[in-house]
Design a protein around this ligand. Structure first.
Ligand code: HEC
Ligand code: HEC
Length: 348
């Protein structure tokens, strides 16, 4: 046996060891990749006495995408006889402030928000507060007004509350255009039907009150980079609107707005915020969504009285934050929860 063969023999166990380790490593990586690809969560190691998080932030899609409403193809709009109206309507929804904001080039009747800030991508996103049911479900009787509301009245509701502004006349060019756009978006939806993924996600109720103090921590971790520590967002340099809209303060939605209700805020945020989250890839846990809603909605914002709202107080939603109520629960509980007991009492 010469010198080289001899040393090779002595290295043999080492080489075999390395080989086996390499094979094991490749196996583990392939396994992890498979789990990831198949969307399966690899089993978590659990320390004795430490419960696995029930409310994992990396939870799955909020709804099965199969059968989800989709907006009609935008490139087909030119085949409509009122294509110009529809296009102007979409433009107004996407860039409301430029036309109708504090420096609006058509009129100055709103606070600088765009409809699209809350009705994402001009109202086309599943569970992004889309307009899929606008054509099919209006006019309808709503508890807030106690009357039948047509789509114009509903749009003006958002102007007066979410945009803390003034109404548009039904026969104005702008109102006609927005209605035309919504009718086009919902053209394939049968009368009376609410398509899958319409509106806002219903976040499961917590068995405790939503907590503004926990919410503040979540805000500072997940929201400040865009909406800023003072909640005032970031204005575009030309002043025509926001890059990141304000969440509270004088330029935000007022206390009569839908988002001032905890369930609307939590549901909108759960499926859409931080920006980039979707119903298929939500980022916040349910608890985080409720708590951040409690934080944002406990800070100052414009107040406005709508004395004709809720002529029948028993029609108020469980999370309507202002009394009087037809039940025994406090205003505090109607605002922050826990809501389960209120809901049960209401169903009796
Ligand atoms: C600050 C957020 C916000 C802004 C900005 C906003 N909205 Fe809304 N809008 C809401 C919320 C919340 C609802 C209620 C959704 C629900 O309860 O499911 C709503 C509901 C609606 C509805 C009824 C949809 C349905 O299917 O019942 C219409 C129509 C509407 N908004 C139009 C507009 C228009 C037009 C603008 C711009 C002028 C606008 N909104 C701006 C938050 C906003
Ligand atoms: C990466 C930037 C970013 C982060 C982080 C982010 N947002 Fe937003 N947010 C936006 C943008 C942009 C819009 C407007 C969307 C549009 O116009 O398309 C928006 C809109 C909103 C709106 C509706 C408009 C308004 O002004 O009322 C709410 C409510 C909101 N965000 C809440 C949150 C909350 C709560 C968090 C943290 C959990 C959060 N956002 C994190 C970028 C962000």
């Amino acid at each position: 046996m010469n010198q080289t063969t001899n040393s090779l023999f002595r290295l043999f166990p080492l080489i075999m060891g390395l080989l086996v380790s390499a094979i094991l490593l490749v196996g583990v990586i392939a396994g992890l990749l498979y789990f990831d690809y198949a969307g399966i969560e690899p089993p978590k190691m659990q320390l004795a006495g430490v419960p696995a998080t029930l409310d994992s932030p990396k939870s799955k899609a909020l709804m099965d995408p199969v059968g989800m409403w989709q907006a009609p193809d935008w490139t087909s709009v030119d085949s409509e006889s009122n294509a110009d109206e529809i296009k102007y309507g979409r433009e107004l929804i996407a860039n409301t402030s430029e036309y109708l904001g504090p420096q609006g080039k058509v009129r100055k009747i709103s606070n600088g928000l765009n409809c699209q800030n809350c009705h994402l991508q001009a109202g086309t996103v599943p569970l992004g507060n889309n307009y899929s049911a606008a054509k099919s479900t209006y006019p309808k009787v709503r508890g807030r007004s106690g009357n039948s509301e047509d789509i114009q009245l509903r749009i003006n509701g958002c102007f007066q509350r979410s945009l803390n502004g003034e109404v548009l006349a039904d026969d104005s060019k702008e109102m006609i255009a927005m209605v035309a756009y919504m009718n086009w978006l919902g053209k394939e939806v049968a009368k009376g039907e609410k398509p899958k993924g319409a509106g806002i996600y219903e976040v499961p109720l917590l068995d405790r009150a939503a907590d503004p103090i926990r919410g503040k921590t979540i805000y500072e971790r997940q929201c400040v980079t865009c909406h800023m520590i003072d909640g005032q967002g970031v204005m575009k340099t030309d002043g025509t609107g926001y890059t990141y809209p304000p969440l509270w303060g004088e330029h935000s939605y007022n206390q009569g707005a839908g988002l001032f209700r905890m369930s609307r805020f939590a549901g909108y945020v759960k499926a859409n915020m931080p920006f980039g989250a979707t119903y298929e890839n939500p980022i916040l846990s349910d608890e985080e969504a409720w708590d951040v809603a409690a934080y944002v909605n406990s800070l100052d914002r414009p107040k406005r009285d709508f004395p004709n709202d809720w002529p029948d107080i028993s029609k108020k939603p469980i999370d309507h934050p202002f009394g009087p109520y037809s039940d025994e629960f406090s205003e505090q509980q109607h605002k922050f929860g826990p809501f389960q007991a209120i809901k049960e009492a209401a169903s009796k």
